[in-house]
Design a protein around this ligand. Structure first.
Ligand code: VG1
Ligand code: CO
Length: 567
């Protein structure tokens, strides 16, 4: 066997390689700059090596198939080989969904994993790319870890790689190398098999098959439709829903992963997954789901396009968790949601007397609670739901979880389950306005203004009116979170103003954009009245949003008079 040499290459630091809510996200053009990707990967490896034994270690590598994924996988392999990593497990052609990587890290007891994705951001040579490190519990690296990566990127002067390492990403099986006398191995595996096996363990596939086929207690076949938006989930949907759960092949749409996602946003919401919404409105399908680029987000729709908000989806899953074999077996520990997520789950949690947590935006904040055995089920308003079966949110899992509940309620629909839920618990209306790619200075000035506002004790008790609705401030702050497990504190996680009637507005700057500043404005309120529960969320929340715009002077600071996306 040829003995490969380690090369040391001189480099200069790049500004701004600071990981955000979920890894480093920049334009492809940025990642393609000389040494840009290499600098960041070397900084990850240096951070890992500073706290764990890298010699002989196993790492998992894969991504959502977007443009530049395979280039990045090759760079990672060359850098890992130069740092005595023992073995990499890579998905065939460099493909793994984010939940699949999380599962593999846990299953193989790997030291960690590197995920190549910019999630729901568009892909292609003129769009976005991203790199994220997940630690040995399978979850995104916590802030302390990513801050260290950032520190390395600021001072890096050289990196080590094995220039002549050539990995064949399409060939399944093990490829062995010798690097300066030490063995290095790459195993290329089927991207779907281990994840599909996990789903079979968590759920009762026979029961779901009966639902889809209209056998057993079910009056008719339950018609399902999945939109993978040309992201990574296509092969997962085909294998799990079509091959194993007997849904027809035609129910898997946009199931070919494409490097540019067909030129669209692989973002499962009413705006970007509008084709699924239109399909569902035809009234043929009983259940529809869309997933994002890397497969950790989901949108759930019922017949005729009935939209389940992510906050409601989480609450319904919690209230019906006893139908899911995994929770039957392991019991239900606590529940959690991110701070801007509407409080529907809070009421379920209270009724079941469970421990409950409100954490900052980003899945990394759930990991410690899960590891400590205090959290079973959690979610975010941004179309993310998941459980402690892995340490990432999980789109396909959420769709199977919904089908498990439907399989246990013969004759019921998505809509009837959600409406029953509102009748029992009340309804939380929720909306989010995104102002994408604002100028950094204007967005910062607005947040400074809001910070000063919520720090002023005179704000409490102040009233704001819109039309005939008046909102009186009960409490306002900039959200800060102390992790109950390791005591770490995360400050400045979003401005929130809570009004006397329980309604709430939240402002944050996104941590996943690649250019400029994206402002997110969230609004939610609670409605116990069954007649009002049937009304349109946009209409109900309009006065609250108007008050938020007035308080923040958003138009004044940013020049924007309308959001770019409303979810
Ligand atoms: C957004 C969402 C957040 C989510 C994050 C990663 O972050 O708001 O809830 O965890 O994306 O999701 P931000 O900082 O842009 O608001 V994914 O599917 O992009 O990995
Ligand atoms: Co995602």
């Amino acid at each position: 066997m040829e003995v490969l040499q380690i090369n040391t290459i001189a480099t200069e630091p790049y500004q701004g390689q600071k990981p955000g809510t979920s890894g480093l996200r920049k334009t492809v053009k940025e990642f393609q700059k000389p040494n840009y990707t290499e600098n960041f990967v070397q900084s990850i490896i240096s951070t890992v090596a500073a706290s764990a034994k890298l010699d002989g270690a196993l790492l998992i590598v894969g991504g959502d198939g977007r443009y530049y994924c395979q280039d990045a996988v090759r760079i990672i392999a060359k850098i890992c080989a130069a740092h005595k990593v023992g073995k990499l497990i890579i998905g065939q052609n460099g493909i793994f969904s984010t939940p699949a990587v999380s599962n593999l890290i846990r299953k193989t007891k790997a030291l960690g994993g590197i995920i190549l994705t910019a999630s729901h951001n568009p892909g292609g040579p003129n769009a976005d790319f991203g790199i994220k490190y997940n630690i040995s519990n399978g979850g995104p690296a916590p802030d302390g870890f990513t801050n260290k990566i950032y520190e390395y990127t600021k001072t890096i002067r050289a990196y080590n790689m094995v220039n002549n390492l050539n990995v064949e990403l399409e060939r399944l099986g093990t490829q062995k190398f010798l690097v300066e006398g030490l063995p290095f191995e790459v195993e290329i595996i089927d991207s779907v098999a281990d994840y599909a096996a996990l789903m079979r363990e968590l759920f009762d596939f026979n029961k779901i098959r009966e639902l889809l086929q209209g056998t057993g207690p079910h009056p008719a076949p339950f018609q399902v439709f999945f939109d993978s938006l040309h992201g990574v989930t296509g092969p997962y949907v085909r294998r799990i829903f079509c091959m194993e759960l007997s849904a027809p092949e035609s129910s898997a749409s946009n199931a070919e992963p494409l490097p540019d996602f067909g030129g669209e946003h692989p973002d499962p919401n009413l705006t970007y997954a509008h084709k699924l919404v239109e399909k569902m409105k035809e009234g043929i399908y009983d259940f529809g789901a869309a997933f994002d680029g890397d497969g950790d987000r989901n949108m759930i729709l019922g017949k005729n396009g009935f939209f389940v908000t992510p906050s409601d989806s989480l609450a319904v899953l919690a209230a019906n968790a006893h139908f899911i074999p995994y929770f039957q077996k392991n019991g239900l520990k606590g529940f959690a949601r991110s701070m801007p997520t509407a409080g529907a789950i809070d009421r379920v949690s209270e009724s079941m007397a469970k421990e409950f947590f409100e954490v900052p935006t980003g899945w990394k904040y759930f990991g410690n609670l899960m590891d400590a055995g205090r959290l079973s089920l959690c979610g975010e308003e941004s179309f993310g739901t998941g459980s402690d079966h892995i340490r990432e949110k999980d789109g396909v899992w959420t769709a199977i979880a919904w089908l498990s509940i439907l399989a246990n309620k013969p004759g019921e629909s998505v809509e009837s389950i959600v409406v029953d839920h509102w009748t029992k618990f009340g309804r939380n209306f929720f909306t989010r306005y995104d102002y994408e790619n604002c100028e950094d200075a204007g967005a910062k000035a607005m947040m400074d203004h809001l910070n000063a506002l919520v720090k002023d004790p005179a704000l409490t008790g102040k009233s704001y009116a819109d039309g005939d609705k008046t909102f009186t401030v009960a409490k306002a702050d900039n959200f800060s979170y102390k992790d109950p497990v390791d005591g770490s504190v995360s400050e400045n996680q979003g401005i929130r103003v809570v009004f006397k009637d329980g309604s709430r507005i939240v402002f944050r700057i996104s941590g996943t954009g690649s250019t400029g500043s994206t402002i997110r404005l969230y609004g939610d309120c609670y409605e116990p009245d069954q007649v009002k529960q049937k009304m349109d969320a946009g209409f109900i929340l309009k006065p609250l949003i108007n008050v938020a715009l007035a308080m923040s002077k958003l138009t004044h600071f940013t020049g924007r008079d309308a959001p770019t996306v409303i979810t």
